[in-house]
Design a protein around this ligand. Sequence first.
Ligand code: MN
Length: 243
Amino acid sequence: MNTITRRDALKSAGILTAGFFLSTSITRALAQAAAPAPTGPHKLPALPYGFDALEPHFDAKTMEIHHDKHHAAYVTNLNKALADYPDLQKLSVEELIKDLDKVPEKIRTAVRNQGGGHFNHSLFWQCLRKDSDPLSDGPLAEAMGELFENKEEGERIFLEKSLSVFGSGWVWISLTKDKKLQLETTPNQDSPLMFGRQPLIGLDVWEHAYYLKYQNRRADYVKAFYNLVNWDFVSKRYEKLTA
Ligand code: MN
């Protein structure tokens, strides 16, 4: 007699195999959910507004993934890189990436990428707000006038610069050592801080910053950014850095 056990029947139907993979992936997901929050000196700063605050220019889903996943990963991985270096854990992210030569070679690339990512995004969120305010007269407006003929020319040149970034990177208006404004780009998560300049305002042009809404249309994303600049924040930052 050809007896087929329930187990054999299930096996031949592929159900046990499927069940095995299903339960493994559920177990793994639960383990991830239950994992303790990454410990370390660096923390993910809360967004200073809701995920949907910048709609329709930057959509809520992108903001959520960008902050809760991408930025969070930079923070987690920076803490991981610093795990065996208690002295470096005492430094701020700015101090760390300003002087990468002081970071042991073994973790230098990690600190450059993850620390840069953490610093750049922390600044980026603050440079944005719902309904951009106009840049009012004052020291920053004057300095911007030396960099660009007028607002329209500034936006055109900034857009051009944004489109010139091949692959992933950032566009910045930075302060040079002699406190002059400079338009520049950096690749990956490099920050002007690594080159002796203070970033004043930055735009993330990694695809993860815009792909969900704009796909390959980086120019549309840059133009959307013009509606979101927090000039009040940038002006105050300029005044602080030039004081
Ligand atoms: Mn980003």
